[in-house]
Design a protein around this ligand. Sequence first.
Ligand code: PLP
Ligand code: SF4
Length: 341
Amino acid sequence: MITASVYPRQLEPKTWQQELAEAITSPEELAHALHLARGTFQDAQGAGRRFRLRVPRSFVARMRPGDPQDPLLRQVLPTPQELADEPEYVDDPVGERTALRAPALLQKYRGRALLIATEACAVHCRYCFRREFPYAEQHGGDAPRFGEALAEIARDDSLEEVILSGGDPLSLSNARLESLTRALAAIPHVRRIRVHTRQPVVLPSRVDDGLLRWLRGCTVPMVVVLHINHPNELDAELASACARLRATGITLLNQSVLLAGINDDVEVLSLLSRRLFDAGVLPYYLHALDRVRGAAHFAVADEQAQALAGQLAARLPGYLVPRLVREVAGASAKVALPPAL
Ligand SMILES: *Cc1c(COP(=O)(O)O)cnc(C)c1O
Ligand code: SF4
């Protein structure tokens, strides 16, 4: 280990696993990291017990110190508003429990099935529509098992695309990802593999050499859909991670969730689209909030959402305008909300 003797340990860049282990999980620690007074986030405790605070330090580094209203902070900070019970906000807002075809395998739309690859996420987003998903029922025990899901995909030759979702599929090791996609690619009718992930966003170090090797080596075309909500998330480090992802030849897209007080602003959304393009990423969907229990305070009214989509369309080329959609239980596709023009 010549490198180890030349570079003292603390100067080596941290691995993503180390960064993950050092993620912030307590409100006091978060206040401290943002130079806010002790006790600033005292009221985060209650909601944090229901769905734990969790955010990697590299994401915290993109928040504005001293600003409790920072748009990145608000995505991850538990608040008492989450504990308010709103009748329309439920555990399974998009009808996933009835879409299960095999353990961890969901199908709602023709030709595409979605595999819950893991329950783990590097970050806990307060508005997450799967925050109440019964993961434990899907994979008995710690190590996810995909045998039944793979057999079901192999049996149904109408399934052309498999989406790895979660949780965050990139919480799995590169070796596990490789063996999973090798098994999928061996099924002749699987023509595309898609990965829905926020991990490169909150933890750019996740885009390591092994991950790039895995993407390059995959024998069916891969689509990676990132989840970035605000332009402040897209700093130089993330842009460089996007460039490395792109260089493997994958298709790179982004989806956002429209969130009150965070990105419900045409300037913010327009800057996000332009920065995404600069980083080699095209905007795909802008999701109307799924009505999951605890997230009502993030909702943007449909008319306002459609007005925003109209303003965005009026200032950007069509390929930089994400489609505003809502997921409706039982519908045959995501339902488009037309921009108000
Ligand atoms: C959103 C979703 C998809 C993907 O839909 P696209 O419109 O193809 O992006 C597939 N399966 C499930 C269960 C979904 O929720
Ligand atoms: S990364 Fe995605 S799955 Fe994980 S908490 Fe955030 S929105 Fe939910």
